[in-house]
Ligand binder design. Sequence first.
Ligand SMILES: CC(C)(COP(=O)(O)OP(=O)(O)OC[C@H]1O[C@@H](n2cnc3c(N)ncnc32)[C@H](O)[C@@H]1OP(=O)(O)O)[C@@H](O)C(=O)NCCC(=O)NCCS
Length: 133
Amino acid sequence: MILGIGTDICDVRRIEATLARKGDRFAEKVLGPNEMKVFHFRRAKVESRGVRYLATRFSAKEAFSKAIGTGIRMPMTWRSCEILNLPSGQPYIQLHGALADWFKARGLQAHVTVTDESDYAASFVVVETTHTP
Ligand SMILES: CC(C)(COP(=O)(O)OP(=O)(O)OC[C@H]1O[C@@H](n2cnc3c(N)ncnc32)[C@H](O)[C@@H]1OP(=O)(O)O)[C@@H](O)C(=O)NCCC(=O)NCCS
C-alpha cells in the first residue's frame, strides 16, 4: 500500500552558488559518505557534473522527506538518506542510523527517480508500507 509520495524541484544554479560560497562544507552537509565518493569522482571529471549530482541528491532527499511526511526533521537528516545507483544506473535509497531504524520499524520501502535538464533537477519518491493493516 502506498504510504506517501514526495516531489521536489531544485535550481541547479542555486546549488552552484552555495557550493561556490561555502565550498565542500555544503556538499559534506548534504551528502552521505557513499555519495561524497561519487560527487568527488564526477566533479574530478567535469565540475558541472559534480554540481548536478549534488542538485539531484538535494532534490531527492527533499522529495523523500515529503514522502515520509517529516520534512528535513528528525529522524530525517540529509546525510542519513543516500541516493545511490545500481550498476544499471537506476537510483535507490540507502538509509542509515536512526532513520533506517525508524523506516524499518514501520515496514516501509522507498522508490526514487531523479532527472535533470539545464538549470533544474527534479525528483519523485514513493514510499509504500509492507505491513498489512
Ligand atoms: C518539507 C520541506 C523539504 C519542503 O521544502 P521547501 O524547499 O521548503 O519547499 P517546496 O516548495 O519544495 O515544498 C513545499 C511543499 O512541501 C509540502 N510539505 C511541507 N511540509 C511537508 C511535510 N512535512 N511532509 C510532506 N510534504 C510537506 C507542502 O505541500 C508545501 O507546499 P504548500 O505549503 O504550498 O502546501 C521543508 O519543510 C524542509 O524540511 N526543508 C528543509 C530545507 C532545509 O533545511 N534547507 C537548508 C538548505 S542546506
